[in-house]
Write a protein that binds this ligand. Structure first.
Ligand SMILES: [Zn+2]
Length: 78
């Protein structure tokens, strides 16, 4: 539900990390409760969207990392 502890573990392992959120029900903020059918419909749409996103983004990931992730432990404090 959150990105923890995955984000901390990725940082510790010096792995680049990005989180993709797939909300399925927003009834907390809505006027009426969300049904199970609406949640399933949202999840199916989310899966389609994530597939499109990943097929678009993955080819653009550089083969050589220029970000600070690979050296995260050099500046880590204990
Ligand atoms: Zn990175």
């Amino acid at each position: 539900m959150t990105a923890y502890p995955e984000c901390a573990l990725a940082r510790e392992a010096e792995i680049c990390f990005a989180n993709i959120a797939m909300p399925t029900d927003t009834d907390v903020y809505g006027l009426k409760p969300v049904t199970a059918e609406q949640v399933v419909k949202s999840m199916k749409q989310n899966i389609d969207n994530v597939n499109k996103l990943l097929f678009s983004v993955i080819p653009r990931v550089p083969k050589e990392r220029a970000c600070e992730c690979k050296d995260a432990l050099k500046t880590a404090q204990m």
